[in-house]
Write a protein that binds this ligand. Structure first.
Ligand code: ADP
Ligand code: F6P
Length: 457
């Protein structure tokens, strides 16, 4: 195989040690540790006015060359905020009611995909394999084909994909599905997502169902476990440990996103304090939720709603020497989070829908095998089929969350060890490295698919 070219909207800033919160960059950064030379193309994270096409900014760090382009404020709004995160994100997380469609945003989305295609085409070499990531860039493969690129192109979707009955509510459903015909291989997180995409292709009378396969994403558990052991001895974990005085700690870590079920989760915790009063004044719930997509209206509303809910719960249950919920909206370095996971007795991870959820896997990898904690996980997370030994809950059911938390907080050591050993085995069986290798091996042996130079419209 020639050079690997990764394309994603979000590209980690190689100058910043702390990676941005988000599964895509974390998993890819873990997967790229193999050291093979690679080009990573995407948005620079900057907005500025420009005329014509911007020249990519190219920087090499170790084996990875980063090539990034800025967006104009209008492109950023139409392509990223509105179409990607105000239309595709809610629909693909089964929240049709939150989708707010404008044709002008679809046109911006196509414009930016074409801009990406032209910027990338100038850097491609014959023999390159292109691997495109996530919902921001569905039509990019087709646009590269239109510019004459004949090499392998794979696509991986990091978020869920709904069934045709929902997908068809998207006004440009047909051109998006048609553009995906340009890919030699399409990876999704779960079998359910893969079946849904096959169903969409069939409903539109499109071929390509045989190029759709699940590739569940993972982490680097060995490295993360080592990070957790190191952080456990560090001053932040020491401060957290001192502050809870040997009492139980529940942890949640999520971007501040409505798909993560934070509001429902706080109500579940409140139900625990109501129905199991023996935990009052003992348990502490630490929720780390860095602000994400703060310019999108739904995210601003959510933040206000959560502030109110947490204020109400803390106001109702707190004692002068005990606060039930601690809530942080700023990012915490992932290396420190690893130590917090190791310290926490319970992880509470209850998305209403999630492509995979890497935090669940990180929590397992961070545990002390002699004293592991318990994982309470939504059965609607993409990780749930693999992590079936977790305490699986319906995230909409406050009583179910309360019961699972009570069970986790009172579970004996033997049962925690039994469950953790099975979960750890799962987390080690599909890593970020094996995910990338499996996908690229399958892409390498997929039938080439260079026909069709059909403009997306
Ligand atoms: P998503 O991709 O939807 O954000 P995931 O759970 O799959 O959800 O991935 C989130 C990633 O971001 C994890 O690797 C996690 O460690 C990291 N992360 C989440 N919150 C923070 C935070 N506060 N600070 C740093 N990293 C974070
Ligand atoms: O993993 C899903 C995802 O949407 C990624 O595509 C994205 O990089 C991450 O979450 C964080 O979101 P954003 O890039 O919008 O900050």
């Amino acid at each position: 195989m020639g050079r690997l070219v990764i394309v994603s909207n979000r590209v980690p800033d190689p100058h910043e040690l702390a990676q941005p919160a988000g599964g895509l960059t974390v998993a890819l950064a873990d997967a790229l540790r193999s050291g093979d030379p690679c080009l990573w193309f995407g948005w620079s994270g900057r907005q500025m006015e420009f005329e014509g096409d911007p020249t990519p900014n190219v920087e090499t760090h170790g084996s990875v060359t980063y090539a990034t382009i800025p967006l104009t404020p209008a492109q950023h709004r139409g392509y990223y905020q509105n179409f990607s995160n105000g239309i595709l994100w809610p629909l693909f997380h089964y929240r049709l009611g939150l989708m707010s469609y404008e044709r002008a945003d679809w046109i911006r989305y196509l414009e930016v995909n074409r801009l990406f295609a032209r910027g990338l085409a100038s850097l491609l070499e014959p023999g390159d394999t292109v691997w495109i990531h996530d919902y921001h860039l569905f039509p990019l493969g087709q646009e590269l084909r239109n510019l004459g690129f004949q090499g392998r192109i794979g696509f991986f979707l990091h978020i869920p994909l709904p069934p045709w009955s929902l997908f068809r509510a998207l006004p440009p459903a047909e051109p998006i599905l048609r553009s995906m015909q340009a890919y030699d291989l399409i990876g999704l997180q779960t079998e359910e997502d893969a079946n849904n995409l096959r169903g969409c292709f069939e409903a539109e009378g499109l071929s390509g169902a045989d190029r759709v396969r699940p590739f569940p994403i993972g982490i680097d558990p060995t490295q993360f476990g080592a990070d957790a052991r190191l952080a456990f001895a560090g001053k932040e974990v020491q401060r957290l440990r001192d502050s809870v005085h040997d009492e139980p700690l529940i942890i949640g870590v999520d971007r501040l996103d409505y798909s993560k079920g934070l509001q429902e989760r706080f109500l579940g915790y409140e139900r625990l304090l109501t129905r199991y009063p023996e935990h009052r004044r003992h348990v502490t719930y630490l929720q780390v939720a860095p602000v994400s997509r703060g310019e999108v209206e739904e995210y601003r509303l959510l933040r206000r709603q959560l502030d109110e809910t947490i204020g109400r719960i803390n106001g109702a249950f707190a004692e002068f020497d005990w606060t039930p919920i601690r809530y942080l909206t700023r990012p915490v370095p992932r290396s420190v989070l690893a130590g917090f996971y190791r310290l926490a007795d319970v992880a509470l991870i209850t998305p209403l829908r999630d492509g995979m959820n890497l935090v669940a896997k990180e929590y397992i990898a961070a545990q002390d095998p002699e004293h592991p904690g318990a994982l309470v996980l939504s059965h609607l997370a993409g990780a749930a089929p693999e992590l079936s030994e977790a305490l699986l809950v319906n995230p909409h059911d406050a009583d179910a969350i309360a019961d699972a938390l009570h069970e986790a907080l009172t579970m004996n050591l033997e049962e925690r060890k039994r469950r953790w050993a099975l979960l750890d085995n799962e987390v080690r069986s599909t890593t970020a490295g094996s995910w990338a290798r499996d996908f690229l091996t399958a892409l390498d042996s997929a039938d080439a698919n260079v026909d069709g130079q059909t403009p997306v419209s």
